[in-house]
Design a protein around this ligand. Structure first.
Ligand code: NYM
Ligand code: MG
Length: 184
């Protein structure tokens, strides 16, 4: 994470349930690292600006219906279409703070009942994060936070399942932040 152009940027991913505070914490880390003089960019998945991203957005806002496998692959395709740009940025010494990544892909789709290994397969070959910050908030607490936005998946019972599936994905790149009182 050096400021020199010769060193690679870091890939830092934030994960967690909807309303767990990822977007706020990504913003805080961005300001902090910028203050230290690092080149940093904030990214998010799904990236709704691409044509794949627009299909995802239509699905999440209930404007379209898609088979569970199909939407899973679209989320993955949305990461694949950004892979080479991510690689170029990291090589140029830019640190990327990413709001959701492959872990969301697997946790949300497998929580619907899709096979866990099948869900992981299309993520193979994407750039591995240097650090995953998992904001661990009780689903009930997340639901209380000003309510959900009304998108697909934003329901307490489903989020409880997502939390269980996230737990299966924890690896040595994770730092779990317990948000039992408040993440702010
Ligand atoms: N989501 C996000 C997935 O189901 N799979 C994925 O691969 C990703 C990146 O989309 N409920 C879900 C999690 C969220 C929803 O994300 C939209 P956000 O961060 O609210 O825009
Ligand atoms: Mg959301």
């Amino acid at each position: 994470m050096g400021a020199s152009n010769e060193s690679r940027g870091a890939l830092v991913v934030f994960e967690g349930l909807d309303r767990s505070g990822k977007t706020s914490q990504c913003g805080k880390l961005l300001s902090y690292l910028e203050g230290l003089g690092h080149s940093v960019e904030l990214w998010r998945f799904p990236d709704r600006t691409t044509s794949v991203g627009q299909m995802i957005s239509a699905y999440l806002t209930n404007k379209s219906q898609l088979d569970d496998h199909t939407i899973h692959l679209l989320f993955s395709a949305n990461r694949w279409e950004k892979r080479s740009m991510m690689e170029a940025k990291l090589k140029a010494g830019i640190t990327l703070i990413v709001d959701r990544y492959s872990y969301s892909g697997v946790a949300f789709s497998s929580a619907k009942g899709l096979d866990f290994e099948w869900c992981k397969a299309p993520e193979n070959g994407l750039i591995a994060p240097d650090l995953v910050v998992y904001l661990d908030i009780p689903p009930e607490k997340a639901a209380e936070r000003g309510g959900y936005g009304g998108e697909r998946y934003e329901q307490l019972e489903f989020q409880k399942k997502v939390a269980q599936h996230y737990k299966l994905l924890e690896d040595s790149s994770w730092k779990v932040i317990l948000c039992f009182i408040s993440c702010h």
